[in-house]
Design a protein around this ligand. Structure first.
Ligand code: HAM
Length: 420
């Protein structure tokens, strides 16, 4: 019996991987333009890092983490998200002392033991950014504009929803008002009844239609913000307006992680089914300190690559990468020449394919066609004898000769100049 991949874990095979590369390259280019630096952090961390940051009563910590005892008995967790590991690395490597404002991004796999469905995997991939060291509302607007630009350059649209979750000062007042409301609301689902006791804010995220209907009358956090949080939120809105980023205020948006303060946001779409959030983030002032670092504010977001792929797959086919050149060589001497020119042409920057099995001309030309190569370089016995290989344009079938010379670098240069 063959061994299969785990449920919720997926291979990304040729044919699919090109879309992934397009997404990552587009994002990396934008990160560079916004002056963000890449950071790579481990997949495995001590479990307490996530409990302390994401929050003990969140779904992620309560039921979704891949946690196990190491051989020496210490509890380890496969990262369910990237913010906590990046913050740990920021503190541990003293990055705060190197730059007052650190702008970091990371791309990689995350792990959550959720029920797999379209757009929801157990191993999924995020592109995430964190800005550490600034509490200015313009930074909030700037990173939302960056997320929006990534979507735009990918050719996608989504709607940006924003909210403020207040701060240590004003959140308790809202929590009390919400609890009051919940205590007067009958007919809550079991999950909400439980959350009412442990983490009341999270009830607003309930998926039950009945609960949601009742929450239409719930108090709004935006009515409970302190002056500081109100000013901050207003300035974020102004920033988005200056940058002409369209957004909508959604005062019922709460996030699945407990570390957020003030600004939170989500990029949502109705084009890929139930898993509508293609990116999300927010501010987490106080979290770096809570993890044992200096008292610096922070904000970030993450985009789910699988969900971006689903959106892109709905579009018309983008051109697939094809070889520039297929080297067709017949007979041992020609194969040897072909072998050398293949390597030289690759060094000169071309994408080159060659079949080393010395099959018939017909067979090799068929392979070149199947690979959709732009050109074929044909070296047979006649070509060897008269010192001229044939360069064939596979689209219009035009052929030109290219002199076979011992200096393969010069030969490759000649081919590059003819291919244009
Ligand atoms: P999150 O909302 O948990 O936030 O995840 C961010 C994004 O990751 C989601 O919007 C979604 O696109 C994708 N995602 C999450 N879970 C899955 C899954 N099971 N399968 C496929 N895609 C998924 C965070 O993780 C925060 N660390 C974001 C952040 C960074 N906040 C501040 N900085």
């Amino acid at each position: 019996m063959s061994v299969k991949a785990l449920k919720g874990f997926k291979d990304i095979v040729p044919g699919e991987v090109e879309t992934w590369q397009f997404i990552e390259q587009t994002a990396r280019d934008i990160f560079r333009r916004f002056d963000f630096a890449e950071i790579k952090v481990p997949i495995l961390e001590k479990t307490k890092l996530f409990i302390r940051s994401i929050g003990e009563t969140t779904d992620i910590v309560e039921k979704e983490m891949y946690t196990f005892a190491d051989r020496n008995g210490s509890s380890l967790t496969m990262r369910p998200e990237g913010t906590a590991p990046v913050l740990r690395a920021y503190i541990e490597n003293g990055l705060h002392a190197k730059k007052a404002v650190q702008k970091l991004y990371t791309i990689g796999p995350m792990f959550r033991h959720e029920r797999p469905q379209k757009g929801r995997l157990r191993q999924f991939h995020q592109m995430s950014v964190e800005v550490l060291g600034s509490d200015l509302p313009r930074v909030d607007a700037e990173i939302m504009a960056m997320a929006w630009l990534i979507l735009k350059e990918l050719g996608l649209t989504a709607s940006l929803e924003i909210n403020s979750l207040g701060c240590k000062k004003c959140r308790p007042g809202f929590n009390a008002a919400l609890l009051d409301f919940l205590n007067q609301t009958e007919d809550l689902c079991d999950d909400c009844l439980r959350r009412r006791e442990t983490n009341p804010l999270r009830v607003l995220d309930c998926k039950s239609a009945n609960c949601q209907k009742q929450y239409e009358n719930a108090p709004s956090i935006l009515d409970h913000l302190c002056d500081g949080c109100q000013d901050h939120f207003k300035a974020v809105e102004e920033g988005l307006e200056v940058l002409a980023v369209p957004y909508k205020v959604n005062s019922f948006m709460v996030r699945g992680l407990d570390y957020y303060t003030r600004t939170t946001f989500e990029l949502v779409t109705d084009a890929i089914g139930a898993q509508s959030a293609i990116g999300a983030g927010g501010r987490y002032d106080g979290l770096v300190k809570q993890l044992g670092g200096p008292d610096v504010p922070g904000i970030g977001f993450a985009m789910g690559i699988e969900r971006l792929v689903l959106l892109l797959d709905q579009q018309e086919d983008r051109p697939k990468p094809v070889p520039d050149l297929f080297v067709v060589a017949l007979g041992e001497s020609a194969q040897k020449k072909g072998f050398a020119i293949t390597h030289a042409a690759r060094q000169a920057g071309l994408t080159v394919t060659m079949d080393h099995q010395d099959r018939s001309l017909k067979n090799q030309m068929k392979q070149a066609g199947r690979a959709a190569a732009s050109f074929a370089l044909i070296i047979g016995e006649d070509e060897l004898a008269n010192g001229q290989a044939v360069l064939r344009n596979m689209d219009n079938r035009e052929q030109t000769d290219v002199a076979i010379v011992d200096d393969v670098k010069a030969w490759a240069g000649e081919i590059v100049s003819k291919i244009g």
